[in-house]
Design a protein around this ligand. Structure first.
Ligand code: LMR
Length: 328
């Protein structure tokens, strides 16, 4: 049967991919979609594995699979529930089929900067969100930052009207789809690993992403330029399966989650540096970045913010108010 074939394939992939682990060690695979060394998520995942492998040697072994080499984000959560991967950190926009709670992060212009996002995630409301998928078998462990999103296309984008009629790659999120429709664009959900090729071949005209993703995937090479809109946040939730976590010896679980928490604190504190380094690297490589005047940016706010009305009831006005209170 197809299932048997799929299981056999994933079992052989597992065996082939865990060569670095010693017999008897608990194998922990961490799959993600970005590069490993110049990206907030990649750096954090690499540091997490390095520390687990040093401090839990003989007990546990972590292998990181970056660059979508093991799974795309549209496969990884199901694979986690099957026990084929133990850690992942999809962007908050990727959890929609499990919970609507993270929609708040996709609302355009909800957060002024990453400090506001951090404040909200660490508030009582944000902390509770990590448990919102427990019924579905997923446990949120830590929020990891990436940055604010920018808008790029195969033509200059200065006014929101410049988006009209463009095919824009989006993450699979109803909020982001509605946001692009509000701009008169045609949203095209697509896996991260396919975006460069789709931009290059003209399958889509543009996309929205953070500096580290635009740099890491070289989107600037196949776009006219990127407009610094800072219109939304792209952050991550590190997740694991509740079943797998429950299967661990409590001391092992405690040690791995303590390491994860320490890595989170350390790397989240450094995220703005990585974000700005990626922005600078785009310029150094000859990529075009367009800044907006306050007046121009206000037009983007006017065009996109009405999207809130459509989702406010589902998200809860009290949650929106709580989030807004961190925009100091
Ligand atoms: C995207 O799909 O554009 C991002 O969520 C990828 C990532 O993990 O940063």
């Amino acid at each position: 049967s197809m299932t048997a074939i799929a299981l056999a394939l994933s079992a052989s992939a597992a065996a082939a991919n865990t060569e670095g682990c010693d017999d008897g060690e608990i194998v922990m695979k961490f799959a993600h979609v970005t590069n490993a060394d110049k990206h907030p998520k990649g750096i954090a995942a690499s540091l997490f594995a390095k520390r687990v492998n040093a401090e839990m040697d003989g007990t546990a072994c972590m292998e990181v699979f970056p660059n979508s080499t093991l799974y795309d984000d549209d496969q990884v959560l199901e694979a986690m529930l099957q026990g084929d991967v133990q850690f992942a950190a999809p962007s908050l926009s990727k959890f929609e089929s499990f919970t609507k709670q993270f929609q708040i992060f996709d609302l355009p212009f909800m957060f002024k900067d990453i400090a506001a996002v951090d404040g909200f995630q660490n508030s009582e409301t944000g902390t509770k969100m990590k448990d919102s998928m427990a019924r579905r078998g997923l446990q949120g462990l830590e929020f990891w930052h990436n940055g604010l999103k920018q808008m790029s296309a195969n033509k200059p984008l200065l006014a929101p009207g410049d988006m009209k009629g463009l095919k824009i790659r989006v993450q699979p999120s109803d909020v982001i789809v509605a946001q692009m429709e509000a701009l008169g664009a045609s949203p095209q959900p697509m896996a991260f690993s396919e975006v460069y090729g789709a931009l290059q071949q003209g399958v889509v005209d543009g996309q929205e992403n953070t500096w580290s993703n635009i740099y890491g995937q070289k989107f600037y090479e196949v776009q006219d330029g990127t407009t610094e809109t800072n219109h939304g946040v792209l952050d991550y939730l590190v997740v694991s399966s509740t079943d797998w976590l429950d299967s661990l010896d409590p001391a092992v679980k405690d040690q791995v989650l303590t390491i994860l928490n320490e890595v989170t604190v350390e790397r989240n504190a450094a995220v703005n540096e990585v974000d700005q380094a990626a922005r600078q690297s785009i310029l150094d490589a000859g990529g075009v970045i367009r800044e907006l005047t306050d007046e121009q940016r206000a037009q983007w706010v006017d065009a996109m913010k009405p999207v809130w009305d459509k989702f406010a009831e589902g998200i809860g006005q009290e949650n929106i108010d709580a989030a807004q209170s961190f925009n100091k």
